[in-house]
Design a protein around this ligand. Sequence first.
Ligand code: SN0
Length: 324
Amino acid sequence: MKNFLSLADVTDLDALIQSGRDAKASPFADQQLGKNKTIGLIFFNSSLRTRLSTQKAAQNLGMNVMMMNVGQDSWGLEMEEGVLMNGDKAEHIREAAAVIGRYCDIIGIRAFAELNDREKDYREQVMNQFAKYARVPIVNLESATRHPLQSLADCITIEEAKATSSLIPARPKVVLTWLPHFKPLPQAVANSFCEWMNARARSGDVEFVVTHPEGYELAPEFVGDAPVIYNRAEAFAGADFIYGKNWSSYAQYGQVLTQDPSWAVTMDDMNRTNSGKFMHCLPVRRNLKVSDAVLDGPQSLVIEQAANREWSAQAVLKEILKTL
Ligand code: SN0
């Protein structure tokens, strides 16, 4: 694997999921692989799981880890080409990426959607500029449009649940449901989840449906062939996994169109599923998006899902290290 920017960088998804599960069973089996190799983790936005799980995964592989918060610890970075740099950004991505690439064997980058200009966000400028100028492999730690390490952890979590519960069928029904929130959030987690679940649906490993209020349609390239069911109760019926996420509108880009509290997931909703499990990438705002009872009950997989971020990062770093 040369870069890990999206699902397109994965040649064998089944093998990558298995590699994550193998890492979980035997975390230090590849300690020599990353010896004397350095990963730089560059954050333009806040992080809890991504930061800690990627650091841990790299250390499990014997790597050295460096971290930086752009803007706080470093100079503000200019991403545009050919501009007069007389604003607040003191350093250009051309130099910054090239220099970080000289210190690091792999660079992980988190740069959320700004949610002002759809064309700009969906062009993935930050990720692409790093990939262009760093000259070392780039790992997406959540970009403007995707969060593939999360999606891989979600795949691992679903396969693990299938393997450990006789109640979950071989081809479970997985439902992505929109949740209410007062703040405009990126579409990245939902986009990626669709991209990866559509692949899992094509290989016969899940049945995948999406439900959200009208106006919250995701970009067509991410929804793909997944059925979109506006009737929430209909979508939840018979579900084995409910995957909750808030996102802002793609059509009316970055807007909060409704905060309808009836879209928050409660025990009444879970009781309408097939003894379904609840998933969320975290952070989650309790009782705004999901009730305490759902998060604290046996149906919640959110902590295991977050734990699996370590193994998804380890599987990806291992694939990249093998090519260095
Ligand atoms: C981010 C998002 O993309 O939705 C990161 C998820 C991994 N989530 C948030 O920004 C939540 C912020 C909030 O105030 O609830």
